[in-house]
Design a protein around this ligand. Structure first.
Ligand SMILES: Nc1ncnc2c1ncn2[C@@H]1O[C@H](COP(=O)(O)OP(=O)(O)OP(=O)(O)O)[C@@H](O)[C@H]1O
Ligand SMILES: [Mg+2]
Length: 256
């Protein structure tokens, strides 16, 4: 199965929203996904309605070598989650950016066979390029990049290309897919950004657009993914289509 880092150095583009809703879409398809919150802001954890003690979070893996599998919580929507805690901000001081430290997450996931047996893993990255995001990119097979339909998006895209090219130069090529989030039908900026992204990323740009949606926001406020909060909404359809496209293009590989 595939380990997917949901990544963009730009903040507020929908990394957490995508992780939560794509994981929910997978769960509805019987794929039993694992989501890892790797952001000290712990938004995915909060969004899931959890407020765990620090020793029950992924911080404990980095700080005390607690096996990842001991930190998994099953959510009511059948998504398995390894939660985060704001103490995670200290990981940049605990670990260095040498290869051995950055490989710890990947190695643990392999040793514990977390992605074995057909389990897709989604890692919600933070909007900074430190030990946490680099560990996620190392551990990932592929990188999924939400980009919002606004002008500064292209700046973010440039930074992202630099980061992924840097990894490729280190022999760590990670296929990527970019998609547009918060798309607004008929808005010139949305059309413009979509056209630029399609031009820039070609086949790596997803056909599926995730629209700006009230259901996404309202669901978040109620600690619910969009499938639980508004199963008949366009937004639920958007995330289902996104999952379908990622599977059809074999970006996400199903099976063992
Ligand atoms: N398609 C959407 N429609 C409406 N609101 C959205 C959509 N996607 C994201 N949002 C809202 O945008 C805000 C930022 O989204 P989110 O927290 O997922 O971004 P992020 O990239 O994870 O941010 P950070 O970089 O801080 O981790 C949230 O309030 C979220 O509810
Ligand atoms: Mg986030």
């Amino acid at each position: 199965m595939t380990v997917i880092a949901v990544f963009n150095q730009k903040g507020g583009v929908g990394k957490t929203t995508t992780t939560a809703n794509l994981a929910a879409a997978m769960a509805r398809n019987g794929m039993a996904p694992l989501a890892i919150d790797l952001d000290p802001q712990a938004h995915l954890t909060t969004l899931s309605g959890l407020k765990p003690r620090v020793e029950r979070t992924v911080y404990s893996f980095f700080h005390s070598q607690t096996p990842l599998s001991e930190l998994v919580t099953e959510l009511p929507n059948q998504v398995n989650l390894i939660p985060a805690h704001m103490e995670l901000a200290k990981v940049d001081m605990l670990l260095s950016q040498n290869r051995r430290d950055l490989r710890r997450l990947k190695k643990a996931m392999q040793d514990e066979m977390l992605a074995a047996g057909g389990t897709p893993v989604l890692i919600d990255c933070c909007p900074m390029l430190g030990v946490l995001s680099l560990s996620a990119l190392m551990a990932a097979d592929v990188v999924l990049v939400p980009v919002t339909a606004e002008y500064l998006a292209m700046n973010g895209a440039q930074q992202l290309d630099q980061t992924l090219n840097g990894l490729t130069a280190m022999g760590l090529h990670r296929p990527r897919k970019v998609f547009i989030n918060r798309y607004q039908r008929g808005h010139i900026t949305s059309e413009h950004v979509a056209a630029e992204l399609a031009h820039r990323y070609g086949r790596d740009f997803c056909r599926t657009r995730v629209f700006e949606s009230q259901s996404v926001m309202e669901g978040s406020g109620k600690n619910q993914d969009v499938f639980s909060y508004a199963p008949d909404s366009e937004s639920a359809e958007d995330f289902s289509y996104l999952l379908d496209e990622l599977i059809e293009s074999q970006f996400i590989r199903t099976g063992h």
